[in-house]
Ligand binder design. Sequence first.
Ligand code: PRP
Length: 184
Amino acid sequence: MEPEDVGTELAEVLIDEQRLAQRVAQLAAAISEDYEGRPPLLVVVLKGAVMFLADLARAIPQSVEMDFMAVSSYGYGTASSGVVRILKDLDVDVRDRHVLLVEDIIDSGLTLSWLLRNLAARSPASLEVCALLRKRDALQVDVDIKYVGFDIPNAFVVGYGLDYAEQYRNLRCIGTLAPDRLPS
Ligand code: PRP
């Protein structure tokens, strides 16, 4: 879906398709260099990171494994609470694996903080994070993120995997919603 297809519901294109592609290629190059000789296991949290994963993984010039988790936050509305329930766990055992957690967005950081504690308890050989977007002003906890695509303002963003009420995930760019479409 192109920005024009969203029409007036989209307030602004924050990151267009070309900038996304350029940054994803840079991240993939850095990851591939850092993980030379020790292939990472890409751990992905559904659903928002799926588009990012698909592009990132294909830009890495070595074979990587991927596995998926689904979690549900007990938070209300659009805010995360940090209390997380696993809906679908990983299929593989991450013990002694080089785990790279791939996330679409770090907002409060509460989900990530919980995930990192959960994964660290499984004794991976290493554990790092690659997040496409980070809202620096919204962070409530100190989380170490090795690879960050873009630092963005504290606005509600959609597209490239990110949704509002399950809509707009297939938008090619990342944008902000018009005020009358925003969650109250
Ligand atoms: C998003 C995102 C992170 C979390 C970040 O997932 O993928 O997991 O929110 O928020 P936090 O930093 O405030 O904890 P979401 O719950 O929207 O699910 P989705 O990926 O299926 O859209």
